[in-house]
Design a protein around this ligand. Structure first.
Ligand code: FAD
Length: 348
């Protein structure tokens, strides 16, 4: 109903293809057909009228929804599959994304989903893509539920998985008072007692950056410092102390740090802690399809968000270190636009 109203208001043309149905797993993979290899299974179903999507987008958060909107508005048949675990879900408020500043991550995502859903060309599906492979027509993917779908092209908007250290309290504070980025959350903790959990060159660089937001910075190396004597001296000149004691726990109230506790039994008051934690790709599928990675572990893309495998695009956190909503949306939009151009070019 809402959709029809929208079309009327905006004079949106009728959908250029008939309504499609996402079949439940038991219908797709029942009985004797269950043993068929994915590509063969998909092929036989496509011949029986199963949808061949223009694009399947794996990951339906900020980057994936942006890609879906660009493709959907270009009258492309798009399936967005999302498992519902965006990296910022524990953050109380999101910042530094124009027009959405101060909203919760869920509010922003819900509003994006609502807008994307208005396009008849786009379908959103909850699920975890577990496998995939190239086919004659493009690609086939299979969900952990067993459902399978085929498309001409794939977009990976799968984000990254933060590998949090096993310090008690760290995970509970992640995104609340343990922060990944001063541009997203620095303003809210400006002037506060702030720690940096890092060492060596990375610690030195982050400490100097954070000193822009507060004059009360301490660098916690959680073990012997690997800073050079010159770096240590320069930090001290800026009244940034280096503490090498091992960290035992973060004491907090509902994710808001109160004190940092050390293995020697001492503690210090703290209100915010910045940490650059290692990460892993959420999905092993891009690598399985042959997409190259950068030395840092991102999916390698060109300026059009194309990976090194023809027909496969990647956007958002999985494709580079500029970790913000604005960048995820920008890359998703670019991926959707450039993929549309490719689809048009191939058929024209
Ligand atoms: C704690 C924290 C706080 C942040 N705060 C801010 C902020 O205030 N402002 C800001 O601009 N940025 C912030 N960021 C950064 C911002 O959240 C990310 O840049 C943004 O979420 C990236 O969007 P994305 O779509 O690439 O990935 P994500 O938002 O992480 O979404 C990836 C999606 O892909 C899905 N997925 C993964 N694998 C599969 C699969 N195999 N099948 C189906 N679905 C799959 C996941 O479930 C998830 O929904 C923050 C990040 C963190 C970690």
């Amino acid at each position: 109903m809402f959709c029809a109203g929208y079309r009327q208001k905006r004079n949106f043309p009728e959908a250029p293809f008939p309504a499609v149905f996402i079949r439940p797993a038991d219908r797709l993979f029942s009985g004797a057909r269950a043993h068929l290899p994915l590509a063969r299974h998909l092929k036989s179903n496509t011949m029986k009228g199963e949808q061949l999507w223009d694009a399947i987008i794996i990951g339906g958060s900020y980057a994936g929804l942006a890609a879906g909107m660009a493709l959907g508005r270009a009258l492309r048949k798009v399936l967005i599959i999302d498992s519902g675990h965006p990296c910022n879900q524990q953050t109380p408020q999101s910042h530094n994304f124009l027009t959405q500043d101060g909203k919760t991550p869920a509010e922003i995502r819900d509003s994006a989903r609502q807008q994307v859903r208005l396009y008849d060309t786009v379908r959103l599906l909850e699920g975890q893509v577990a496998a995939g492979q190239p086919t004659e027509e493009g690609f086939a993917v299979q969900l952990s539920s067993g459902a399978a779908f085929a498309a001409k092209k794939l977009v990976f908007a799968t984000g990254i998985k933060d590998l949090l250290p096993e310090i008690p309290g760290f995970a509970e504070c992640w995104g609340i008072s343990v922060l990944h980025c001063p541009f997203c959350h620095g303003f809210e903790v400006r002037g506060q007692k702030t720690g940096i959990l890092a060492n060596g060159a990375a610690g030195y660089e982050l400490a100097s950056l954070i000193s822009n937001w507060t004059g009360e910075v301490t660098l916690y190396t959680n073990g012997p410092s690997t800073l050079t004597p010159a770096q240590t001296a320069n930090l001290l000149r800026h009244r940034i102390h280096v503490i090498e004691a091992g960290i035992a726990a973060l004491e907090h109230q509902k994710g808001f740090i109160q004190n940092i506790h050390f293995t020697d039994g001492s503690r210090a008051p703290l209100r915010a802690l910045y940490a650059r934690v290692p990460f892993a790709q959420h999905s092993p599928l891009p690598a399985a399809l042959g997409c190259e990675r950068t030395p840092e572990g991102y999916i390698r893309t060109d300026s059009a968000q194309r990976t090194t495998v023809p027909g496969v695009f990647a956007c958002g956190d999985n494709a580079g270190p500029m970790r913000t909503l604005a960048n995820a949306v920008a890359q998703g939009t670019a991926a959707g636009m450039m993929m549309t151009k490719e689809l048009i070019g191939e058929a024209f």
